[in-house]
Design a protein around this ligand. Structure first.
Ligand SMILES: Nc1ncnc2c1ncn2[C@@H]1O[C@H](COP(=O)(O)OP(=O)(O)OP(=O)(O)O)[C@@H](O)[C@H]1O
Ligand SMILES: [Mg+2]
Length: 579
């Protein structure tokens, strides 16, 4: 058996570096964080060959003393925390005291710094080993130059992408910092060319500077204070909706983080304005007491744990919803307009309607999909009205608590109650995702549901959609939720299993189904519909049948099974040998 050894410092640093320093952009991140923590207001980043060759960050922060220089590049040396309690009061971006040691273990470094105008110091490091500290002219801050990244870890170096790709990541990192700290000026140079030159400005101006001028007038301010939470920033109008993610920025206590639940809170606030696969612009600054989040979750500090994630979810959602109020408000009035057209017949051409307010003239042509959706919605309602009368007033019977029988002009129909309801709910669900959320009924006794980690992660993915269907839930411990309301239209008795069933059905059909929303709508419809064996009143049957005939496809369920069997008078006459 091999002896158990304590690893040498250099190897420890390289293991740490493996976690924190993945590519040139991670070096840039760590150096920028240090500059910001040092109170810098001017930061210059110089890069050569995508960072493969050189990364230099210079700032006008408080600088490092001569003694500090020798300390700063050792592992677990930091000026930012000193005791365990501090871990729960973190106000700086760094605190682990390992970034510089990690970078130094995989590159060649020169550092130069001064804390006042009287003197400066500089020092070289190779393979993490420090050279003597020498006197140097004061530079009014700190400059760290990193050369030949991964020169001594060839396996890592092999994973580096082309200079262009690595540089793109660096630009992305700078954009992030630029958006995070609009009061700081940033300059980025690559191979002697100035790529970014940002001067201190308002957040709105900074967003425009880092995106493009078309963002002007398309940013809606977010501002909300709820208890000890403060949320501010901007969300984009529908003109800033993109087909892929990447423009959703979330800063918590001025730290960039990634969090799926909070992103989904933003999407949920947009309600029907965005569909799956559409990503609105958002930049949110969330400020909360430092003891309400744990930053010490991952070495890269890009994930945090909140003490009350669901409370934050609701605050984020309502803050964004408030910002979108003017846009969302146009929906009910638009629906009213549609309703009128149906009531008064079809003489009003749906094409003649006024454009909803959120479309700005310049971008109207790009909003064709929304217009199309609106038109479909109009024609849907019109059809509903026409066909629904076909069976109105008919007498109905339920047989074996399973089938509904009714007389029609040409004979009789037999309807499978479960698949009929499934079709109705399926189309309702699709409409809910697209425009009108379904109404909810509050449960008399809310239910606690517990999920596996996998199920819970799927639940987070589909949460905004479940909300549109009328489900209301809150977090209730690890992987647990408290179900408070279900869709008004759902059959009773299976509240406690329906969400789990939807998740299972959704996961099982994920591969097979061509469309995410259709799969989700079908999963919901299948599990929320009345079952064979449920006894229905005459009114319930009439409502169900009328609604069935108002659907686009009343004859087949979403899985392709028949819903209605017709027996014509002719067929009956033949069977009874009347002809
Ligand atoms: N640009 C800078 N200006 C002033 N001081 C700096 C600068 N960069 C580093 N330091 C000092 O060096 C120390 C070590 O930096 P390092 O990045 O290794 O650790 P950290 O920032 O404390 O924690 P983390 O590992 O989480 O980044 C810092 O705590 C800080 O005191
Ligand atoms: Mg640091």
């Amino acid at each position: 058996m091999k002896p158990i050894l304590s690893l040498p410092e250099d190897l420890r640093n390289k293991i740490s570096a493996g976690e924190v320093i993945e590519r040139p952009a991670s070096v840039v991140k760590e150096l920028l964080e240090n500059s910001i923590d040092a109170g810098a207001t001017e930061i210059t980043v110089v890069v050569e060959k995508g960072g493969h060759q050189l990364i230099q960050v210079r700032d006008n922060g408080h600088g490092i003393t001569a003694d500090g220089l020798a300390q700063a590049f050792l592992r677990y040396t930091t000026s930012k925390i000193s005791k365990v309690d501090d871990l729960f009061k973190i106000r700086t971006l760094g605190f682990r005291g390992e970034a510089l040691a990690s970078i130094a273990s995989v590159s060649e470094i020169n550092v130069s710094s001064s804390v006042d105008e009287s003197a400066g110091y500089q020092m070289d490091l190779v393979n993490g080993v420090t050279d003597a500290i020498k006197a140097a002219p004061p530079i009014g801050g700190t400059e760290i130059t990193v050369r030949n990244l991964f020169y001594n870890t060839p396996a890592r170096k092999k994973f580096l992408k082309s200079a262009t790709t690595e540089f793109r990541q660096i630009v992305k990192m700078l954009r992030r910092f630029g958006l995070e700290f609009p009061e700081v000026s940033f300059q980025l140079m690559h191979n002697d060319k100035t790529i970014l030159n940002l001067t201190p400005e308002s957040l709105e101006e900074r967003i425009i500077a880092l995106t493009d001028p078309s963002y002007r007038d398309q940013l809606l301010p977010v501002n909300m204070i709820k208890g000890d939470y403060n949320i501010s920033g901007f969300v984009g109008t529908l003109n800033l909706v993109r087909g892929r993610p990447g423009e959703q920025y979330l800063f918590v206590n001025r730290r960039f983080i990634q969090n799926r639940l909070l992103n989904s809170a933003v999407y949920a606030a947009y309600e029907s304005l965005v569909k799956r696969g559409e990503y609105p612009f958002s930049l949110l600054n969330l400020v909360l007491p430092p003891d309400q989040l744990d930053v010490n979750v991952h070495p890269r500090k890009i994930e945090v744990r909140f003490t009350d994630e669901w409370r934050i979810y609701h605050v984020v959602k309502s803050a964004v919803r408030e910002a979108l109020a003017s846009i969302l408000a146009t929906i009910p009035s638009f629906e009213q307009h549609v309703g009128q057209m149906v009531t008064f017949g079809k003489e009003i051409d749906p094409n003649q309607r006024q454009e909803p307010l959120w479309f700005t003239p310049a971008k109207q042509s790009e909003s064709g999909a929304d217009l199309q959706r609106a038109k479909e919605y109009v024609s849907n309602l019109a059809d509903q009205k026409e066909e629904a009368t076909a069976i109105e007033g008919s007498i109905m019977w339920q047989v074996h608590d399973k089938y509904i029988i009714s007389q029609i002009n040409s004979g009789l129909v037999i309807i499978d109650q479960h698949v009929a309801h499934e079709r109705v709910l399926f189309e309702d669900a699709l409409l809910a995702f697209d425009s009108t959320p379904l109404s909810a009924q509050t449960l008399l006794f809310s239910e606690i549901l517990e999920f596996s980690t996998d199920e819970y992660s799927v639940l987070l993915d589909i949460l905004p959609y479940l909300e549109k269907l009328g489900f209301r839930m809150k977090e209730n411990g690890q992987n647990k939720i408290l179900l408070e309301a279900i869709p008004s239209d759902m059959g009773w008795g299976n509240e406690n299993s329906v969400i789990r069933d939807i998740i299972d059905h959704y996961v099982a059909n994920r591969e097979k189904s061509s469309s995410y929303v259709e799969n989700l709508a079908a999963s919901f419809a299948c599990h929320a519909a009345v079952k064979a064996g449920d006894s229905l009143t005459i009114e319930e049957m009439q409502v169900l049948v009328n609604r069935l005939f108002a659907t686009k496809h009343p004859y087949y369920c979403p899985h392709g099974r028949p819903i209605i069997v017709q027996l014509s008078l002719e067929e009956l006459d033949q069977r009874f040998e009347r002809t």
